[in-house]
Design a protein around this ligand. Structure first.
Ligand code: MN
Length: 398
C-alpha cells in the first residue's frame, strides 16, 4: 500500500505504525521534559533531537503540538516529508537511532491544548436507537436531524489522555419517576466510541469555514471516549442538553493521526436525504472507513463501523462555523457515538443493553453499564494503520 521507500526501523514495516502513518504525540522520559514525538513501529522519534531543518525546528522543540498545529498544511507536509526521509534513508540510521525510544519506556501526555470541545450526533443508527429507547411511541429521529449535524458544546478542561483513570461521576438521580431526585454515584456509567477531529489552523470571527477548507484547518484525528452518566443525563438534559452527565471526563488517544495518513481510507458518505442546504454540500469522498472496536476488561464487546456515519467531518466543521463562530488552534470536534446497523456494531452500552433492559455478556456475567474497576479500550484500524488506542479505567470516587 505504501508509496514511499520502506523504513529501516526494525519491526515497523507491516505494523500498524509503518512509515505511511507517523502519528504525533507528546512524551517524557526520565528528565520529565515534554517533547514532540513521532511514532514508528514500537518506537518514538524525539523529533526536536533529530536535527530538523531550521524552518521547522522552533515548532517541533515545544512541549505540545500546538505550535506545529497552528502552522498549517504546508508545514505539516514538510515535517512529514522530513520524518519520512529520516526513517527511510538507511544512510541516516546511525545518526537517528539514538533519538528513537521504545514506546513502553516513555510516558505519553495530552498532545495538544484543547481549546473548545464540541460533540456531534452524526450516526443515523445511534440517533435512531436512542430515539427508540427514550421515545418508543414517537418517530425515532427528531425533525432537525437530517437537516443539520446536531451537537452540543462539551467541557474542554476535562479532556484527558488515554490511560487516565476516570472516577465514577456523582449527580442528581431520579430513582423512580414519582420520587424526588437524590444525590449519589451514577449507576449507569456508559461510554461513547467516537472519532475526534483536531483543528490546527484557526479562523476569523465572522468568516464561516466552507466544507472545501476542511483540510486547511484540520490537523488530524484521535479516537475519543465520551464517558456518559446516563442517569444524570436523563434527568438534567431537558431543555438545554447534556451537562454534568458528560462533562466529568472525555478521553482521547495519545497519538494524533495526520489527516494525510487517512487519504487511503476516504469513502463516500451514505446517501443524504433530503439533500442538505448548499453550505453543507461536500465533494465526495467525504467519509472515512475506520473499523473500530470496544474492549472491556480484555474482551471485545462491539465493533462500530465509522464508514456508516451520516454526517461527515467537513460538514460538521462547516456547520459549527456557519453562524460566523471562529476556530482556534486546539479546537476538538467529535463525531458522536459511532454505531452501525447491527447489534454488535453499537458504540454505547445504552444501546448494547437497550436502555438497560437487555443485558450483554462479559466473561460469562450479565452486564448493562460499567462497574468500578472496569477498563475500557477503544481501538481502530484505518486500512493497514492502527489508530492510537484510548484506554480508561473506572475507579470509585476518592
Ligand atoms: Mn458523545
Amino acid at each position: 500500500m505504501s508509496t514511499v521507500q520502506p523504513t529501516w526501523v526494525d519491526g515497523a514495516a507491516g505494523s500498524g505504525f509503518d512509515i505511511d502513518h507517523l502519528p504525533y504525540g507528546v512524551f517524557t522520559r526520565d528528565d520529565d521534559r515534554r517533547r514532540v514525538g513521532v511514532r514508528i513501529g514500537d518506537l518514538v522519534l524525539d523529533v526536536a533531537a533529530a536535527s530538523p531543518p531550521t524552518a521547522l525546528a522552533a515548532c517541533l522543540a515545544a512541549p505540545t503540538l500546538d505550535a506545529l498545529m497552528a502552522r498549517g498544511p504546508k508545514t505539516w507536509q514538510a515535517v512529514r516529508a522530513w520524518a519520512t526521509d529520516l526513517l527511510t534513508d538507511p544512510g541516516r540510521a546511525e545518526e537517528v537511532r539514538p533519538h528513537l525510544h521504545p514506546v513502553d519506556e516513555v510516558s505519553l501526555h495530552l498532545p495538544f491544548t484543547v481549546a473548545d470541545y464540541v460533540d456531534f450526533y452524526a450516526s443515523l443508527d445511534h440517533a435512531s436507537n436512542v430515539g427508540r429507547i427514550f421515545r418508543p411511541d414517537a418517530e425515532p429521529l427528531l425533525p432537525n436531524w437530517r437537516h443539520l449535524p446536531v451537537a452540543y458544546h462539551g467541557r474542554a478542561g476535562t479532556v484527558v489522555v488515554s490511560g487516565t483513570d476516570v472516577p465514577r461521576p456523582y449527580g442528581q438521580l431520579k430513582l423512580a419517576p414519582d420520587q424526588p431526585p437524590v444525590f449519589g454515584p451514577s449507576a449507569r456509567l456508559d461510554i461513547e466510541a467516537e472519532v475526534g477531529f483536531v483543528v490546527g489552523v484557526g479562523s476569523r470571527l465572522g468568516d464561516p469555514v466552507p466544507t472545501s477548507a476542511f483540510a486547511d484547518h484540520v490537523f488530524g484525528v484521535v479516537l475519543l471516549n465520551d464517558w456518559s452518566a446516563r442517569d444524570v443525563q436523563a434527568w438534567e438534559y431537558v431543555p438545554l442538553g447534556p451537562f454534568l452527565g458528560k462533562s466529568f471526563a472525555t478521553s482521547v488517544s495519545a497519538w494524533v493521526t495526520p489527516l494525510a495518513a487517512l487519504e487511503r481510507v476516504r469513502v463516500p458518505l451514505p446517501t443524504q436525504d433530503p439533500e442538505p442546504l448548499p453550505y453543507l454540500h461536500v465533494d465526495e469522498p467525504a467519509g472515512y472507513d475506520l473499523a473500530m472496536e470496544v474492549e472491556v476488561n480484555g474482551e471485545v464487546v462491539t465493533r462500530p463501523p465509522y464508514r456508516t456515519q451520516y454526517w461527515g467531518p467537513a460538514q460538521m466543521l462547516a456547520h459549527l462555523t456557519a453562524n460566523g463562530a471562529s476556530l482556534r488552534t486546539g479546537d476538538l470536534f467529535a463525531s458522536g457515538t459511532v454505531s452501525g446497523p447491527a447489534r454488535d456494531e453499537r458504540g454505547s452500552f445504552l444501546e448494547l443493553s437497550w436502555g438497560g433492559r437487555e443485558p450483554w455478556i462479559l466473561d460469562g456475567d450479565q452486564r448493562t453499564f460499567l462497574e468500578d474497576g472496569d477498563e475500557v479500550v477503544l481501538r481502530a484500524r484505518a486500512g493497514d494503520l492502527t489508530l492510537g488506542e484510548v484506554r480508561g479505567r473506572v475507579t470509585a470516587r476518592r
